[in-house]
Design a protein around this ligand. Structure first.
Ligand code: ADP
Ligand code: MG
Length: 305
C-alpha cells in the first residue's frame, strides 16, 4: 500500500478525532463487513441514573434502607453503583435524615462480577444486584407484582436491580441510561451500506432487547448477559463464518474482544485498558465516527488498489 496515502489518511482521521494506530489498522478498517457494538457507554451514554426506587415493605424505615444501600454501593466502581449512590445521597438529604451523617464503607464488602454486591451494614446483610445474584444467595424470588414491575422497567430499556436485607427482598430499583443521539442513525447508515451490525452486553436479555429495538437492531443480532469471554467468543464465531469483524467498546470488559477483532475500536472516554487494546480510537465519543472511519479507510484503499 502506498505509504503517502496511508499517511494522508491517518492525518485526515486525526483531524476528525479518529486516531489510527498504523497502516495495518487502516487496511483492516477498509475490509470490515461486520461490527459488534458494546451497549453501555458505547451505544448509550454510559451515565445511568435511578428512575425508580420502590421500597417493598416496612420492615426497615425508608431512610435507613437508603442508607444501607448507599453504604453497600459506595465501595463499588460499577456505573450502576455510582447512579445508586448519587440517588441515595440526594434522597437522604431531601428527607433531612440523620442517616446522611452516618455513611461509612463496610469492611466486609464483596463484589461479584456481572451480578452485584453484598456486605454487612451494622449487623445486617445487604445484597444488591440482579436476579441471578439473588438466586445465588438463595433469596426467595420476587412475587408476581414485583416481577411485573421489573419487567416493565426492563421493557423501557432500564436495568432493574433488587435489594435484599437479611435474606429478604426489600426494594427494587430501575436504572436507565440514555441512548447516544447518533446511535440509531449510525446503525441504520451502516446497515444501509451492507455492514452487519451486532450488539453485545452484560445486561439482561429484556433490557438488551428494548435498547436494540430503539437503535434499530433485530433481536437476532443481540447477545445479552455476556461476560468479557463471551464477547471474545462472539467475535471468533463471526470470524469463523468468514466475516471481517470490528468490535467497538469503551470498557475493560470489552478489551479482550477488541484484541480478538480484526479491528478494535475504543470509543470516547473509554478506559485506558480499552484504548491500549484498540487499533483505532474515536476521541469524540460519537458513534457516527465509526462510519466516518470506515468510509475514510475505504476511500484510501480503493484509491491505491
Ligand atoms: P455491563 O457490561 O452491562 O456493565 P456487568 O457485567 O458489569 O454488565 O453487570 C451485569 C449486571 O450485574 C448489571 O446489569 C447488574 O444487574 C448487576 N450488577 C453488577 N454490579 C452491580 C452493582 N454494583 N450493583 C448492582 N448491580 C450490579
Ligand atoms: Mg461499555
Amino acid at each position: 500500500a502506498a505509504p503517502t496515502a496511508i499517511m494522508t489518511g491517518t492525518g485526515v482521521g486525526a483531524q476528525n478525532g479518529v486516531l489510527i494506530k498504523g497502516g495495518e489498522a487502516l487496511e483492516s478498517a477498509a475490509n470490515v463487513d461486520t461490527i459488534i457494538f458494546d451497549k453501555t457507554g458505547t451505544l448509550t451514554m454510559g451515565k445511568p441514573a435511578v428512575e425508580e426506587f420502590v421500597h417493598l415493605d416496612d420492615k426497615v424505615a425508608n431512610d435507613e434502607l437508603l442508607w444501607m444501600v448507599l453504604c453497600a454501593e459506595r465501595s463499588s466502581e460499577h456505573p450502576l453503583a455510582v447512579a445508586v449512590v448519587k440517588y441515595c445521597e440526594a434522597r437522604l438529604s431531601e428527607l433531612e435524615s440523620d442517616f446522611a451523617s452516618k455513611v461509612f464503607s463496610p469492611p466486609e464488602f464483596q463484589a461479584v462480577t456481572g451480578k452485584g454486591v453484598s456486605c454487612n451494614v451494622n449487623g445486617r446483610t445487604v445484597a444488591i444486584g440482579n436476579r441471578p445474584f439473588m438466586k445465588l444467595l438463595k433469596i426467595p424470588p420476587a412475587d408476581n407484582e414485583v416481577e411485573r414491575r421489573m419487567l416493565a422497567m426492563e421493557d423501557t430499556g432500564a436495568t432493574a436491580i433488587l435489594v435484599a436485607v437479611d435474606g429478604e427482598l426489600a426494594a427494587v430499583c430501575g436504572i436507565s441510561d440514555e441512548l447516544k443521539d447518533d446511535s440509531p442513525d449510525t446503525i441504520s447508515r451502516l446497515r444501509g451500506s451492507g455492514v452487519e451490525c451486532w450488539m453485545v452486553t452484560g445486561d439482561n436479555a429484556r433490557t438488551a432487547r428494548a435498547i436494540a429495538r430503539r437503535v434499530g437492531l433485530d433481536e437476532r443480532y443481540v447477545v445479552s448477559e455476556a461476560l468479557p469471554a463471551t464477547k471474545v467468543l462472539k467475535v471468533e464465531s463471526l470470524q469463523k463464518d468468514g466475516k471481517v469483524v470490528a468490535m467497538v467498546g469503551d470498557g475493560i470488559n470489552d478489551s479482550p474482544a477488541l484484541v480478538q477483532a480484526n479491528l478494535g475500536v475504543a470509543i470516547g472516554a473509554g478506559t485506558d485498558i480499552a484504548i491500549e487494546a484498540a487499533d483505532m480510537v474515536l476521541v469524540r465519543n460519537c458513534v457516527s465516527d465509526v462510519a466516518v472511519a470506515l468510509d475514510l479507510s475505504k476511500a484510501i484503499f480503493s484509491r491505491i488498489k
